[in-house]
Write a protein that binds this ligand. Structure first.
Ligand code: HEC
Length: 103
């Protein structure tokens, strides 16, 4: 009995690094945004354009924090705009982890 509880706690604390997935409808909105809004600069298939490629293999070496910060605040002096007014930090983390295929 106790062992089961500890096992579950262990799994829970590991899972905490993953963002809570937004509700299904919001997930679709965010995926559409990624394709169309982000895709306008990063390419419809995210292979790059005005902005760099955003495929899992391109971003794998970068930390979640760094990527979330870039998306939330944009990059001053470049075309990358801040998305803070449109998506929350949790949603941004979910998006990053979706791009990285961790969800
Ligand atoms: C108006 C054009 C534009 C749009 C729209 C845009 N980006 Fe960018 N993005 C850029 C540019 C340009 C850079 C490169 C900035 C630099 O030189 O540091 C960039 C950089 C990034 C980076 C950093 C990549 C790396 O390898 O460090 C991420 C992540 C990113 N964008 C994600 C997004 C996401 C997610 C969206 C949509 C929510 C988005 N961008 C929309 C232009 C854009």
């Amino acid at each position: 009995m106790h062992r089961t509880i500890f096992l579950c706690l262990g799994l829970l604390s590991q899972a905490q690094v993953l963002a809570d997935p937004p509700p299904q409808e919001r997930q679709e909105t965010l995926r559409n945004m990624l394709r169309h809004d982000c895709g306008a600069c990063h390419g419809l298939t995210l292979k790059g354009g005005l902005g760099p490629a955003l495929l899992a293999s391109d971003l794998a070496a970068k930390s979640d924090d760094y990527l979330v910060d870039t998306i939330q605040n944009g990059r001053k002096g470049t075309a990358m705009p801040p998305w803070k007014p449109f998506i929350s930090e949790q949603e941004t983390l979910w998006l990053v982890q979706t791009i990285l295929k961790r969800h």
